[in-house]
Design a protein around this ligand. Structure first.
Ligand code: B4P
Length: 190
């Protein structure tokens, strides 16, 4: 069983690399961003609450995200493992994940951080905005999301460094080049 945390700033390619990892390793994809967007599309109570935070480039409150993860988690205790994409994003979420995994006799094998320069992130997300029209992919909101990420990044990296699970990866290059780097890191944990 492999459990992977995929971390990185907005637009670093977490979702993109997750799709390829799922295909290769047969893992369950747990993307808090995707779940939140689906809650919004379905007009649920959580979706209505989350929309205001996401559109403003802010993080959705920890308690809402944790409850949502717990639901998804218990639906799929898959022997092959999980990709936690965009989760945890705060220290509270990181502690919660460790606690819930330990309770189930599971653990994180590796935490991968995709490193990409701010200029490249803005460029990618503005390009995505042209295709997807996501409300949070506007220049000022993107900059705010990057700033929020940077405020949390060191603490989260430190959390996984202490557990000897932290692996930073250069997130610039072709999607396949980055995927090869990610796979090398994952395979090295096996
Ligand atoms: P997320 O859905 O996690 O998305 P993201 O950070 O915007 O993007 P990601 O890194 O997945 O980039 P992608 O592969 O799409 O978060 C959205 C919002 O939800 C957050 O701001 C927050 O409000 C909320 N949220 C989510 N999780 C939360 C949590 N745990 N707690 C609280 N709030 C939470 O790539 C971006 C673009 O780049 C794509 O267009 C892609 O095609 C392109 N791209 C990818 N790799 C590339 C490459 N190598 N070269 C060029 N372009 C590339």
């Amino acid at each position: 069983m492999i459990n992977i945390v995929l971390f990185g700033p907005p637009g670093s390619g977490k979702g993109t690399q997750s799709e390829k990892l799922i295909e290769k390793y047969g893992l369950i994809h747990l993307s808090t961003g995707d779940i939140l967007r689906s809650e919004i599309a379905n007009g649920t109570v959580l979706g209505k609450k989350a929309k205001a935070f996401i559109d403003a480039g802010e993080l959705v409150p920890d308690d809402d995200v944790k409850a949502m993860v717990l639901n998804k988690f218990d639906d799929h205790i898959d022997p092959k493992g999980f990709i936690f994409d965009g989760f945890p994003r705060t220290c509270d979420q990181a502690r919660f994940l460790r606690h819930e995994l330990t309770d189930r006799d599971l653990r994180i094998n590796i935490m991968i951080t995709l490193n990409v320069s701010n200029d490249e992130l803005v460029k990618r997300l503005l390009k995505r905005a042209e295709i997807d029209g996501r409300a949070d992919d506007k220049k000022d909101i993107i900059e705010k999301r990057i700033e929020i990420y940077q405020n949390q990044a060191e603490t989260i990296a430190g959390f996984y460094q202490k557990m000897q699970k932290y692996v930073p990866i250069d997130g610039v290059g072709t999607i396949d080049e980055i995927f090869q780097r990610v796979c090398d890191a994952v395979d090295a944990t096996a």
